[in-house]
Design a protein around this ligand. Structure first.
Ligand code: ADP
Ligand code: MG
Length: 228
């Protein structure tokens, strides 16, 4: 299918499923966007944390890139997600390393050995990622953490899928909701992570983890219709 055909298919909701090539594009685009936003994420974290979130995320995703070269033809989307998980766990550090590592590990488990992902599989992937972070970090929505981006994203993706949207529309719904969720959490006090030490001084600041989540989910949506 050409990119134009894919785009037309998306508009009519007759979207193709996404495959390993999409998963690789998603991670590569994420690495690119996190590198571009490294300083901005550090600045957000300097305001309500210790200033290293951009550095942490950039280091982790840069470490994944060489591992995406020369993947075997039979590599599944789940295997790529697992590779991301293990790399993030071993390279990111801080709070975000184990949290994002768990997210990608659970996402890998949710898609199993499927060769392609339909809209329902994408919802399952994102739901498992969010649930993994909650299991690990015990944050609830409203605690001003990355969960404030993940949870609205999962809800929006599930609603879009239930309404019959295809893969691209589901990913775009998730990205839009994550961005809105990150913004909606700005007026909140943080109840988890380093920012929770600041009490009311965290009010009015954007949580760096919710911002990196919004960037990751936007990257996935942006490459949904782009051919390699
Ligand atoms: P650290 O806080 O160790 O320096 P990072 O700066 O890389 O780690 O990541 C900070 C981000 O991690 C926060 O902005 C927040 O979104 C997220 N975070 C911290 N603790 C939790 C938690 N318990 N649950 C979910 N997310 C959390
Ligand atoms: Mg930090």
């Amino acid at each position: 299918m050409t990119p134009n055909e894919q785009f037309d298919a998306a508009l009519t909701d007759e979207v193709p499923t996404l495959d390993t090539a999409w998963t690789v594009r998603w991670i590569r685009r994420s690495a690119e966007v996190l590198a571009t936003n490294r300083a901005a994420l550090n600045t957000l974290d300097r305001d309500i944390g210790d200033g290293d979130h951009g550095e942490n995320m950039d280091r982790g995703f840069q470490a994944v890139l060489p591992k995406l070269e020369g993947l075997a033809d039979e590599t599944t989307p789940g295997a790529v997600l697992k590779l991301v998980a293990t790399t993030l766990i071993s390279t990111v550090g801080g709070a975000a390393g184990p949290l994002y590592g768990t997210a990608f590990l659970k996402a890998a488990g949710a898609v199993g050995s499927a060769e392609s992902l339909d809209a329902a599989a994408l919802v399952a992937l994102m739901t498992a990622a969010r649930d993994g972070i909650v299991l690990r970090g015990k944050a609830e929505e409203g605690d001003k953490t990355m969960i404030d981006a993940w949870s609205p994203a999962v809800n929006a993706a599930a609603s879009a899928q239930a309404a019959g949207s295809g893969v691209a529309a589901v990913l775009h719904a998730a990205a839009d909701a994550a961005e809105q969720g990150a913004q909606a959490a700005e007026p909140l006090v943080a109840r988890k992570g380093r920012a929770s030490y600041l009490g009311e001084r965290a009010i009015g600041h954007r949580d760096p983890g919710s911002q990196s989540t919004a960037l990751l989910l936007r990257a996935g949506a942006d490459v949904a219709l782009v051919a390699e």
